[in-house]
Design a protein around this ligand. Structure first.
Ligand code: FE2
Length: 371
């Protein structure tokens, strides 16, 4: 592992944070129920035929600063329907909040990004929003969202909507990082894209010696924007004895795409306890994982019995420690999953957990016959 310090004093591509993530799914109504019942989100806005949109429906779900949009096609031959047919349910948009979407798009395109759509200004009674988008890996896009003069429930065209389902927050606070899986040999190209186009800095490099098990290996580089709010680790498969989890993802997703969304909590014991009660499945590490935790990690505030009972992973870096856990895939294909993370000072990504984690994934792959 190689940790680099930030060499540049100025931010050449200001981003205020993650605005939302949009997933294209087969059945947004039922997915929305999973996000509410299992993951603790609340329905806040909706668009569809009732709001004058006839080709699709979108449900906007929120929990603290995490905003997820679930969109499904109402017609057979649309971009959304084709996306779902090819990839299964998956993340289409990583939307970034900026002060000037037109300027961000222009700058990105001037620096070599491919446009997904040109700046468009939308208005309704709540004010105005400007959106523009560029393409990133696979069919994924970054939408730049400018909403300083808007106070509606989400975007023009959406209406506020509540559910009669009694959602109960599980304590998810904000998006910590979003990980992309790209094809063999493509990792450096996309790292360079984020550096050249969006002024991101290379934060950490993991090679296949850092991240390998007896069977599979992968390589990963983490890039981060100027203010550090946006972190995008990019993985590519490395050659191992058997098929790596990244290869399995690429096979099922039919190409590059978002692998996992890491969401921060202040109290992982409460969050994961509630999620488990709600029926969320998590990857399991064996009992033996916990044998060396006290020596490897040292003092932590949490009760180790709770950590063990909930099967939470623990790691330490020079700045502090972190607690993390990974859900199983959240749709039929073994592709996208969530990570729940609590950072107690640590700024890294749980390198000490990689081996245990990948062995857990391999046990799942074996059950699917895809190892
Ligand atoms: Fe992660």
């Amino acid at each position: 592992m190689n940790v680099l310090t930030n060499p540049s004093p100025s931010d050449t591509f200001p981003i205020n944070g993650t605005d939302h993530l949009e997933l294209y799914v087969g059945n947004a109504k039922q997915s929305a129920m999973y996000y509410m019942a299992a993951l603790g989100f609340e329905l806040v806005a909706y668009c569809g035929p009732e709001t004058g949109i006839y080709d699709r429906v979108s449900y906007v779900l929120q929990q603290n600063k995490v905003r997820i949009v679930l969109t499904a096609s109402l017609q057979p031959d649309t971009e959304i329907a084709r996306h779902v047919s090819l990839h299964g349910d998956g993340v289409k948009v990583l939307a970034l909040l900026v002060d000037d979407a037109g300027q961000a798009w222009r700058l990105a395109v001037d620096r070599g990004a491919e446009s997904a759509f040109e700046p468009v200004r939308m208005k309704d009674a709540h004010g105005e929003v400007t959106l523009a988008a560029i393409k990133t890996y696979g069919d994924t896009i970054h939408t730049f969202v400018e909403r300083n003069n808007y106070n509606g429930p989400f975007l023009p065209g959406f209406e506020a909507r509540k559910s009669t389902f009694p959602s109960r927050s599980v304590g998810l606070k904000y998006v910590d990082h979003c990980v992309g899986n790209v094809e063999l040999g493509a990792m450096n190209k996309w790292v360079k894209f984020y550096q050249d186009v969006m002024g991101f800095k290379l934060l950490i490099t993991f090679d296949d010696k850092d991240i390998s098990t007896e069977y599979t290996a992968l390589m990963s580089k983490v890039v981060s924007n100027g203010n550090g709010y946006i972190k995008f680790p990019i993985n590519e498969p490395a050659k191992g004895k058997k098929r790596s989890q990244i290869d399995e993802y690429l096979d099922f997703y039919k190409g590059a795409g978002v692998q996992h969304i890491a969401v921060a909590t202040d109290d992982i014991i409460a969050t994961v306890g509630q999620m488990r009660e709600n029926g969320v499945d998590f990857l399991r590490v064996p009992e033996t994982y916990y044998e060396d935790v006290p020596t490897r990690v040292g003092e932590i505030n949490e009760n180790l019995d709770d950590i063990k009972r909930l099967n939470i992973l623990v790691d330490r870096d020079e700045d502090g420690y972190l607690l993390q856990i990974f859900t199983k895939p959240i749709q039929d294909r073994p592709t996208v999953f969530f990570e729940i993370i609590q950072r107690n000072g640590a700024t890294s990504f749980g390198k000490g957990n990689f081996k245990a984690l990948f062995e857990a994934i391999e046990r799942e792959q074996e059950l699917r016959g895809t190892l």
